[in-house]
Design a protein around this ligand. Structure first.
Ligand SMILES: [Zn+2]
Ligand SMILES: [Zn+2]
Length: 190
C-alpha cells in the first residue's frame, strides 16, 4: 500500500496537494504535514521461560524474547505499511522484565504489624544510589540507565506506622531469614 492510499483521494489533509507516489513514512508535504507520523513495529517471535524445581513447585526464574519476523502498521490507519526507512529507526531492544518470585498461599509467610495491624513490611536502605545518564536530548529530556546502589540494609519496618522490627534482645533484625523467623513467631499465620 502506498502512503497516498491512506489518505482520502490521495491528498494532503492540510493543503490538499497531491501526495507523490513514492512518499515514505515520516516524510513531509511542502506544507509541513508529516505523512503517517506514528506507526507500530510488530515483532513476531516467541518467549522462552526457564523453570527450576523448588520442592514440589516449578518456578520461572528467567525469560527472554526471541525475535522473529518484523512488520509495520500505521497507528492511525491500522494497515500494514512497507515504506518505513529502517535506517532511521533508533534501536529499541525488546527487553523483558525478569519474573518476581511470588510464593503460593500456603508457602507464604505473613507479616502483621504488632503496632497497627498493617500487613505490609518494607526494607529501609541507607547509602548512596547512582544512576547513569545514557543520553540527553536537545529538547530537554534525559534517558536514565540502570541504578547502581551501594546501599546497605538499615532495618525492616511496617509500611503503615514505621514499627521497627527488633529481635528478642532488642537488636535490629538485618537478615532475611531472621525476619522470616520473626514473622512466623510473632505474626498470626492463619
Ligand atoms: Zn500539504
Ligand atoms: Zn504498623
Amino acid at each position: 500500500m502506498k502512503i497516498k492510499d491512506y489518505y482520502g483521494e490521495g491528498q494532503c489533509p492540510e493543503c490538499h496537494c497531491e501526495i507523490p507516489d513514492d512518499a515514505k513514512v515520516g516524510e513531509q508535504c511542502a506544507c509541513g504535514h508529516t505523512y503517517v507520523n506514528t506507526f507500530k513495529k510488530i515483532t513476531v517471535g516467541y518467549v522462552i521461560q526457564e523453570y527450576q524445581t523448588f520442592g514440589d513447585t516449578h518456578v520461572c526464574l528467567k525469560q527472554e524474547f526471541v525475535a522473529g519476523e518484523v512488520q509495520y502498521e500505521s497507528t492511525q490507519y491500522g494497515d500494514q505499511i512497507d515504506t518505513v526507512d529502517t535506517l532511521k529507526e533508533t534501536y529499541c531492544p525488546p527487553d523483558m522484565k525478569q519474573p518476581k518470585q511470588i510464593p503460593s498461599e500456603d508457602e507464604a509467610v505473613k507479616f502483621v504489624c504488632p503496632g497497627c495491624g498493617d500487613d505490609r513490611v518494607e526494607a529501609v536502605l541507607d547509602g548512596s544510589h547512582t544512576t547513569s545518564i545514557e543520553a540527553m536530548f536537545k529538547s530537554g529530556g534525559i534517558e536514565y540507565g540502570d541504578t547502581e546502589s551501594t546501599a546497605y540494609l538499615d532495618r525492616f519496618q511496617c509500611v503503615g506506622c514505621g514499627y521497627h522490627i527488633l529481635d528478642s534482645e532488642g537488636c535490629t533484625i538485618k537478615d532475611d531469614e531472621e525476619l522470616v523467623e520473626w514473622c512466623k513467631k510473632n505474626c498470626n499465620q492463619e
